[in-house]
Design a protein around this ligand. Sequence first.
Ligand code: DUC
Ligand code: ZN
Ligand code: ZN
Length: 532
Amino acid sequence: MLSKFDLVVLNGVVVTASDTSSFDIGIKDGKIHTLAPSFTPEDIGDAQVVDAEGGMVMPGGVDAHVHLCQDQKTGPLGLGGQCADDFETGSRSAVCGGTTTIIAFAKQSRDEEDRSLLKVVEAYSARAEETGSYIDYAFHIIIVRDDKDVLQTELPVLVKKWGITSCKLFMTYKTMQLQDYQLLDVMLAALDNSITTMIHAENGDMITWLAEKLESKGMLAPYYHALSRPPSVEGEAANRAIVLAELIESPILFVHVGSSASANIIRAAQTRGLPVFAETCPQYLNLTWEDLKRFHSPDCFENSKMICSPPPGPDSSDQDALYLGLHNGTFTVFSSDHCPYKYNDPHGKMAGMLEHGPSMHRASCEGISLPELAKSKTGSFKLVPNGIPGVETRLPLLFTRGVTAGRITPQKFVELTSTNPAKLYGLYPQKGALLPGSDADIVIWYPEGGLTPFKLTNEHLHHNVDYTPYEGMEFANWPRYTLSRGQVVWANGKLLGTPRDGRYLKRGPNQLGKGVAHFKKDPRTVATWVRE
Ligand code: DUC
Ligand code: ZN
Ligand code: ZN
């Protein structure tokens, strides 16, 4: 019997950001067509059936913060290194962990050839097309210069032609850091084009100063990365960015918030009605300085695997505060900040050792292989590429330690990992929803004894990285099915999609609002005349 649907998801409990109810879902041409309490045999007919009995059916994950194909020059206090994942391997890893949309970063550099943001985006898009992507993808733009002519002429084209409606700005890293007046310039230009400004908030000068002090005392092992970035480094920058954004009435989004110091400052600004949004990531809920110290000795490089910026907090008290922030709305989105560098690779974490010692060169040092060398040398934390992989573990970690552990509700999980990122980055309700007309991006979990808890090893994962920071951690949940635009792409541990399935997504503006318009503007903090 012919069905009006191509595929039906039956008997599941549909969980959205607001509701939980039993529905069957009918999918046609890659879109959600019908939700009904129960389909008849005629409704089902010859449609493909996914039986979700006992499962929670949620909108597929939207990971709004991944780095793919983003190679950087190595160097002191830089973000250097060769990105281990391209669009094929990164999206493969994403979909195997329940994510069906990713937003990656097209990055400008200070090289003259990168002056044009449009050229940066064109080149980046070509890299994505080269390999293809298993799932739908979009771009943010990283802006590291404040060329007024470029901002004026190119931002409107980025929005109109490419649907790029968010830019990331850095307050640290010598090769990317913008001074406060430059931040204001770019934020204002972004605001004029309804582009959301994302901020990497760390005080670059404090980091440089602390890193020099550590170096002068010979404190170079990977653990000292954390000491070069105590939580006040992040807190100071967050506070300053809020003051700048308030001055010109710009909404602002803090990426990868890692400390309670910063979360508290953000919450206070939100309480004043300012349009301040925030993101946190798995590493800040699951790692601490202790993990950077795990193998700590003067001559071991292993801990470089845990180096990311900002670093996770000193102890679990920051984790508790961040979980609270997920629960109480301080955090708008939960992203992976998947920033993949291999460990055993001269262009990955090992760069921090090889660049450090003049006698250490690339694949070996005086005949000693890299892994052997890493057991006897420290290198310098200053030269280690900053970032860790996590696009595949993002959702299973939060499901296990957030939902299953009772720290957040299933609805909150959907809000943070799918619906809010879709709204914030202008993809809703195509993504992040299970409404008639939405793309049929679906992930199905089995919370009650559906999976025997297991200890993760890197072999389980599908990225192109030779380690996971979560090695040995226990997982109680993993998606059983993932559908991307109505196609089953992951089922019972098997990848069924192809890297030609994903499409580029043009995005609209932030749908989460611009703050409270009726508040009286205080000339002590807001320069209303700037935009008149
Ligand atoms: N910023 C990121 O967004 N990711 C990794 C490192 C960094 O500094
Ligand atoms: Zn960053
Ligand atoms: Zn990042």
